[in-house]
Design a protein around this ligand. Sequence first.
Ligand code: GZL
Length: 320
Amino acid sequence: MKFVKALASATILAACTFGSASAADLVVGFSQIGSESGWRAAETTLTKQQAEQRGIDLKFADAQQKQENQIKAIRSFIAQGVNAILLAPVVATGWDEVLQEAKDAEIPVILLDRTVDAPKELYLTAVTSDLVHEGNVAGKWLVDTVAGKPCNVVELQGTTGSSPAIDRKKGFEAALAGKDNLKIVRSQTGDFTRTKGKEVMESFLKAEDGGKNICALYAHNDDMAVGAIQAIKEAGLKPGKDILVVSIDAVPDIFQAMAAGEANATVELTPNMAGPAFDALATYLKDGKEPEKWIQTESKLYTQADEPMKVYEEKKGLGY
Ligand code: GZL
C-alpha cells in the first residue's frame, strides 16, 4: 500500500507542482453522518458539488447516524488507498484508534462541522464554526429580548455526545449566567431532527401546564425548532409570540417561519465546509504545508428584522 500510495502522491504532487488547475486524480473518502436535518443534506450536496468542480473523485458513505458505520467507512477508505478522508463525526469520542490507522496509512483526515476529543495530530484540520459562540449569540439574543422579565426556557439539545450539542449548550448557558429572570426548566435531546423535536416539545408542553409556564424555546438546530413550532401550534399557542423561538443553522424553512411570525431568531451556519477543506488539502498535498488545526466558519444572527422572505429566496438555491 505504501508504494502505491507514494506513487499516487508523487503523481499528484507532480501534477500539482506543474500547476494543474484542478485537483485531478485526487480520490477523497467522505464519511457523512446521515441526513438528519436540512442543513446536513445541504452540506452533502455542496460537498459533492465542490468535489465535482475540482475534479475530485469523492467516495461517499452515509452512516445513518451510527459511529460504527463511520469507522467502517474510514477503514474501507484506507483499504482503497484514498488520498484523503473527510469526516463529519457524529459524536466527539471514540475516534483515536481509527484516526491512528489513517495516520499510519499516511492518509490525511479533515473534520467537517463537528470536532472530536482526540489528539490534534490525528487529523489535518477541522472546518467548523465556533459552536460555543453560536449558543452564546442565541442566549444573548434571548437575554436582550426578554429585557429582565421572568422567562422559563425549554431547550432541545442536538445529538447526545456530539460537539455541537455539548458546545451550543455551554455557550447558551454562559449567556444566561447571572440573569436570574431566565431559567432553563426543561432540556432534552431532539437528536437534531424535526420529528424528535416535535415529540420532545409536546412532552415539554404537557409537563409545563400546557405551555403556559414556557416563555421561550432554544433549539440547537432549526429542524428541531420547526418540529417544535408545529407542537406549539397544536397545543393552541402562538409560536414566536406566546413562546419565543431561537435556534441555529439558518436553513430556508426557519425564515419562512420567521416571516409568518412563528420563529424569532437563528444563528447562521454555512453548509459549505468542504470548500475550505478541499483548499487546505490542495495546499497540503502541493506544498506539504500543514493548515491551522481549526479553520473557523462565520456565525451570523438573523431575526425577523432581516427581511426573512428575502433571505429564504436567497438560500433556497444554495444546496438546500
Ligand atoms: C453543526 C452540525 C449540526 C447542525 C445540524 O456544526 O454538526 O448537525 O447544526 C446537523 O443541523 O444535524
